[in-house]
Design a protein around this ligand. Structure first.
Ligand code: AP5
Ligand code: ZN
Length: 214
């Protein structure tokens, strides 16, 4: 399967991705995770992306299209993939279609994590992540077994620099202006499935499974 997960910051894309990935043996490509790794490693890509990310603005289309193009060549992505956080502009969606067309492929489904903005601040400000695996926790909704520590590795959890109420405002602004048109782009192709992303994580997983088995 070739899937796209679209939704505002904190809508649950990163929470559902590992579950779908394991159930369907897909590769999980999250542009946000890849960019954060590049920033931490101070690669040329990371140096170019850092400022926009800290302000909650989008990184340029060319940079993210480049990393997706590269990542999709991995053997583990040949069977199918989950794109989490990409495409985020109509230009990125068009570029993705072109990349897939060259191989005679297309996107199968777009999962739209529909949710009201008002719920997102609490989710974002309470999030803690394990940077190397991308696993995320929440102080209230998904606490780790031991506070501040990853369940699997025992390594420390950190908060993302852009997970503040102020930066969230810019991220939401970018979502409404630049990413919502992407949902329309795929709606016209008839491949969008709308999820009730405000429900508890397990209920969202059930909705995802229903969509993917239909
Ligand atoms: P990115 O990393 O993609 O961030 P985002 O889109 O803002 O999304 P989040 O990761 O914040 O949300 P999520 O939906 O994954 O939420 P999660 O499941 O963790 O992008 C970061 C930046 O990189 C961008 O601002 C941009 O600068 C750049 N970038 C990335 N891709 C780009 C692109 N294609 N083009 C240009 N620039 C790009 O959940 C959040 C919290 O809520 C967690 O604590 C979780 O435990 C909890 N939670 C999850 N689900 C539920 C639930 N159902 N109920 C209760 N709590 C829940
Ligand atoms: Zn995420």
């Amino acid at each position: 399967k070739r899937l796209i997960l679209i939704g505002p910051p904190g809508s649950g894309k990163g929470t559902q991705s590992p579950i779908i990935k394991d159930e369907y043996c897909l590769c999980h490509l999250a542009t946000g995770d890849m960019l954060r790794a590049a920033v931490a490693a101070k690669t040329p890509l990371g140096i170019k992306a850092k400022e926009a990310m800290e302000k909650g603005e989008l990184v340029s289309d060319d940079l993210v299209v480049g990393i997706i193009d590269e990542a999709m060549k991995k053997p583990s992505c040949q069977k199918g993939f989950i794109l989490d956080g990409f495409p985020r502009t109509v230009v990125q969606a068009q570029k993705l279609d072109q990349m897939l067309e060259k191989q005679g492929l297309k996107v199968d489904k777009v999962l739209n994590f529909a949710i009201d903005d008002s719920i997102l601040e609490e989710r974002i400000t309470g999030r803690w992540i394990h940077p190397s695996s991308g696993r995320s926790y929440h102080t209230k909704f998904a606490p780790p077994k031991v506070s501040g520590v990853d369940d699997v590795t025992g390594e420390p959890l950190i908060q993302r620099k852009d997970d503040t109420a102020a930066v969230l405002k810019s991220r939401l602004d970018a979502f409404h202006k630049q990413t919502e048109p992407v949902i329309d782009y795929y709606t016209k192709k008839g491949i969008v499935a709308n999820l009730h992303a405000e429900k508890p994580p397990k209920e969202v997983t059930v909705e995802v499974e229903k969509v993917l088995s239909s």
